[in-house]
Ligand binder design. Structure first.
Ligand code: LP5
Ligand code: MN
Length: 231
């Protein structure tokens, strides 16, 4: 049986075509898989499990239908949606997994990450990431009123868009040394990640051995699915 990997769907009520494509994917292609891994930036942003509006509810029910058919669905946080909790797990039937996670993919130990932690040359982002992921700050944020959370998330999105325009492609891409350090740390020669929206397969030597980094594509105008059968 095959395993599917997707990331960066950026689900948002303002993107009805991608939502439709995603729901179609869940009810057809995904049902034939043994497992589905969603490697972050699944929703365009997630500001707490109490924000289960009609849109999120439709997605949650569709995910649960897939899980009920026997497909194991795993969800990793992204830089836009790291605030899922147990209520989200209950409503969707998915299992939240940490970033990073190592899986055995048809006998090959494979490191799964969202990918934002690999962009280590982007010091401003890494400092920002440290603060917004801080457990005390996230706890406070999750206990603020919904309207504040929506406004603050929008403020961060605007800041991010503005700062990204000033950053070079080199700064925004993954840093090869960080990739290699992580692969050594987790004893793997294969890594799969998203975040950079730059799908490709990169082969390189790691301590004299063949290593591979597989980058998933974002769901911009169509779906992007990596099937373990193609690896
Ligand atoms: O997301 P994208 O693709 O535009 O860019 C990312 C990085 N940006 C982000 C920010 C998100 O887009 C916004 C997330 C909203 C989530 C809502 C939950 C909020 C919870 C808060 C809990 C306390 O991740 C971008 C990278 C880019 O990827 C490529 O890797 O460059 O990073 C930035 O833009 C960060 C800037 O460089 C620095 C931002 C300064 C913001 C100052 C506000 C300080 C507030 C501190 C709050 C504790
Ligand atoms: Mn991302």
């Amino acid at each position: 049986m095959n395993t599917l990997f997707i990331s960066d769907i950026h689900l948002n009520p303002g993107r009805p075509k991608i939502t439709e494509i995603f729901l179609e994917f869940l009810s057809n292609e995904a049902t034939k898989a043994e497992a589905l891994y969603i490697l972050g930036d699944f929703f365009d942003s997630w500001i707490g499990d109490d924000v289960m509006d009609d849109f999120a509810d439709t997605i949650a029910k569709a995910l649960h239908q897939l899980v009920d058919k026997g497909v194991k669905v795993y969800l990793m946080p992204g830089n836009r949606d790291f605030l899922y909790g147990t209520l989200f797990e209950e409503k969707t039937g998915v299992k939240l997994i940490p970033d990073p996670t190592v899986i055995n993919l048809n006998g090959t130990p494979t490191l799964l990450v969202h990918g934002d932690n690999l962009c280590s040359a982007d010091r401003a982002f890494q400092i920002f990431r440290y603060f917004v992921r801080h457990p005390v700050l996230t706890w406070i944020f999750l206990h603020t009123p919904l309207t504040f959370r929506q406004k603050f998330a929008q403020y961060l999105r605007n800041k991010s868009t503005a700062s990204n325009q000033k950053k070079s492609a080199y700064i925004m891409d993954v840093h090869q040394k960080t990739v290699e350090d992580m692969m050594r740390k987790y004893h793997v020669l294969h890594m799969i990640h998203g975040h950079t929206h730059d799908p490709k397969v990169v082969h390189f030597k790691l301590d004299g051995k063949d290593a591979t980094r597989t980058v998933l594509g974002a769901w911009e105008n169509d779906k992007y699915v990596l099937n373990s059968d193609s690896l």
